[in-house]
Design a protein. Structure first.
Length: 86
């Protein structure tokens, strides 16, 4: 039996990650990409609809978005500061 391909989505842009996290109401899993040490975020599903909504400038509550963006950035700094990126 063939394994189904993963539908996970991996992104690294904090503004896009925050928008999708807010819109989809899911928290992405942050990790450090071994090839270049960059912090990336993995969503458990295909979020291409939310990516399209982001680039179509769909409205979201600005205060909620700013709060989510701060949280996303703090995850980046926490991972970089923990030595996982080395």
């Amino acid at each position: 039996m063939k394994e189904k391909p993963s539908k996970n989505t991996i992104l690294e842009s904090p503004d896009l990650v925050s928008f999708i996290s807010l819109r989809e109401k899911i928290q992405p899993k942050p990790f450090v990409r071994k090839s270049d040490g960059r912090v990336c975020f993995e969503f458990p599903d295909d979020v291409s609809g939310s990516i399209a909504a982001f680039y179509a400038n769909q409205a979201v509550p600005i205060s909620d978005y700013c709060q989510r963006l701060k949280m996303t950035r703090s995850m980046i700094f926490a991972l970089k500061g923990s030595g996982h990126g080395k």
